[in-house]
Design a protein around this ligand. Sequence first.
Ligand code: TEU
Length: 561
Amino acid sequence: MKDAWKRTTVYQIYPKSFFDSNGDGYGDIKGIMKKLDYLEELGIGAIWLTPMYYSPQVDNGYDISDYNEIDPMFGTKEELLELFTESHRRDIRIIMDIVVNHTSTEHKWFKKAFMEHDEKYRNFYIVKEGGNGDVPNNWKSFFGGSAWENIEGENSCYLHLFAKEQADLNWECEQLRKEVIMMMQEWIKLGVDGFRLDVINLISKDPDFPNDLNPYGIEGKQYYIRGPRIHEYLQELNREVFSPYEALTVGETMSASIEDAMLYTDPSRKELDMIFSMDHLEVDYKNGDRWTVQETDFVKLKHILSSWQLKLEEVNGWNSLFWSNHDQPRAVSRFGNKGDYRIVSAKMLATMMHMLKGTPYIYQGEEFGMLDPGYETIEEYQDIESLHVYRERTESGIPQDIVMKGIRRQSRDNARSPMQWNGEEYAGFTKGTPWMIMGKRYQEINAETDRKDPNGIFHHYQKLIELRKEEDLVSEGSYWPLDDDHPYVWCYARVKDKEALLIIGNFYQSSVEYHLPDEFCECYDIEEVLLSNYENTMPVDGALVLREYECIIYKGKHKEG
Ligand code: TEU
């Protein structure tokens, strides 16, 4: 990991739902600009902007029709460049979301390929003979149906792993790779400091496109989640774009294993700085099915996060640390407490994640404990994936209330309801009509109310961000799992030279008597509490009673000095 980024906390903005400056109901660039002071006060060092490129918005901007232009719904390219300048003035760097596994079918490449029949561009996409029911293989789209769509007027079809309006690009084509490289270099020249690379592990497909007889998750997936040329492509991007410009890179890699991550992030291989793995967020999926919810398997959660910490350290790799993003439900609704313990549980979750080794990502609204919006009926949802899941499952005969239970819990719209800035109409997000229905409890849960409270969640995040900047143990210390099998408490240490941090969190709504792990106490004396979410006491004879969702960061010194 590049030294310059090691102490940075990243803030993810979903522009459509962040802040609307012109009253059209959609968040925009000027809106982001107006909130830069707020972000500076929080202390973050970088913003990740989810896509604002030209797009028909079939998948909220992940269907790009022009990589070089900004969709008018967000403003202009000039405004975006001004946002870069204003952010840089505040020492906030910019990470752009790059979606190069697929383009929108409105992209000029797609149009040239299939409407103007230009061979060069046809080769930019994955085209096979067949169509109209007679498809090349049984691969499925994540958003429903076959992954193949017929090309109008032909007996051939193109691959789309997501919506049919999101056509997969053919990375085997050298000219396509050149175009992508040029486009990314262009953005760097305009001031971008890093990239979040959407589903980047899917860009290399098995060239035989086999039928998937034993699907791993969804039909086809095993043939593209770690395709034969993936490392070669990443190394090419690294050589041409990332290394020369010292750009930070975080690859979104669905279903990547730790072993994959070790390869992607080992600095000597020159691929990516870090990846987003969703492994730890699958602990409430029943039998691996996201839409059938089960109680969180807490011990499994700890084991997963611990093994990622340990394994990536082996290769000098780097972790991305997050509970939430625009595809996931709100962390407090999911792993914390929506009632009386909302504030303490939000602080506990933040503490346990932020004290790990890696780069923390905060998703907009998380810094004051936003909850899922509480939509009830399917009509309230907009996300293409939720609507597809609803249709597919109800049609297959699953009772509607069971389907809705899964959607209420896991829908991506949980993250996408507009930011709750204050208690005014539409939570101060817009003066018009918001594009999505507001969260139910915005009068009580909003940035303004929380920030006024000295014990609020925002101030706790500020302290965590500050600790990462100030304390070498947080940015550099090795991870030491302790008590990994405890059913209620997560306890780990970060150690470096003769010092250690001991981080303890009670994940449950009941108090727990807790004895600090012997192996830690034998080596270290606890000297002070750096941060906690209750008025705190020091352990007596190595023991303490942890209150509901209590978390504590202790600092200790090695007994031998
Ligand atoms: O997401 C891909 C991904 O890994 C999933 O979490 C996705 O949200 C979906 O649930 C798969 O079933 C990325 C983006 O983050 C997402 O918003 C886009 O819809 C998707 O890629 C396609 O570009």
